[in-house]
Design a protein around this ligand. Structure first.
Ligand code: TYD
Length: 230
């Protein structure tokens, strides 16, 4: 069972990943929990590069670095866990690349005739980015993707509050302009509309408890042995 969580920064994904993992553990299951970029030694080093606001990173370099981190995570952690029958929860996966680099950085539109869905993440392999994701993950597709949907302005307020409380600064991705975050949010909506069989869209302004209950209901109905190949 391979489940991913998506949404713009500040949408509360991480809380929901943690709660779902706790619930699975309470049921006697042993989930692998990973975050992207990261989750494996190489991927965590790539993460540090990607979030470093002192570095200049060209959009294509950014896409390749996120994808390099993912390829390693899939090979080293996700596939072995799925093969062992463990549930896998991932905080972001390739839909993030479609939304942030494909649409946010406008890379998907290059060389693609149908940029409408954030560059057309076409799991059937029509868009170059969709084909690329397939190569990166070896064809691994989440069984379910939860999109925590939030207005980008509300997300910005949440991030500012959190940063004030912890006296931290926005990272390199968060520091992008409002129109960047709006493009990312729009791309997520387009992805969810394009892949209704996989996406479950949730209103991130709902209380965390209600969100968790909705997520649990969907997860509990997934076949246990589903190995991510649907
Ligand atoms: P992180 O601190 O993990 O943010 P969050 O808690 O919101 O997930 O930082 C990850 C950042 O990297 C986030 O801004 C989204 C971005 N990102 C991409 O741009 N492309 C990707 O493929 C992935 C996985 C993340």
């Amino acid at each position: 069972m391979f489940v991913t969580f998506e949404g713009i920064d500040g949408s509360g994904k991480t809380t929901q990943v943690r709660r779902l993992a706790e619930r699975l553990r309470a049921e006697g299951r042993d989930p692998l929990v990973a975050r992207e970029p990261g989750g494996a030694a190489l991927s965590e080093r790539v993460r540090a590069l990607l979030l470093d606001e002192t570095l200049e990173v060209a959009p294509m370099a950014e896409l390749l670095l996120f994808s390099a981190a993912r390829a390693q995570l899939v090979e080293e952690k996700i596939r072995p866990a799925l093969a062992a029958g463990r549930p896998v929860l991932c905080d972001r996966f390739y839909d993030s690349t479609t939304a942030y680099q494909g649409a946010g950085r406008a890379l998907a539109a290059e060389g693609d005739a149908s940029p409408a869905a954030g560059g057309g993440d076409d799991e059937g392999g029509e868009s170059w980015l969709g084909r690329f994701h397939r190569r990166v993950t070896g064809g691994l597709v989440p069984a379910r993707t939860f999109l925590l949907r939030l207005d980008p302005e509300e997300a910005l307020r949440r991030r500012e509050d959190a940063q004030q409380q912890s006296s931290t600064a926005p990272d390199r991705m968060e520091a992008g302009p409002a129109r960047f975050h709006q493009r990312v949010a729009d791309a997520y909506d387009a992805l969810a509309a394009r892949h209704p069989e996989r996406f479950c869209v949730l209103d991130a302004t709902e209380p965390p408890e209600a969100l968790h209950a909705a997520i649990w209901e969907k997860v509990a109905s997934l076949p246990r042995a589903a190995d991510g190949g649907r």
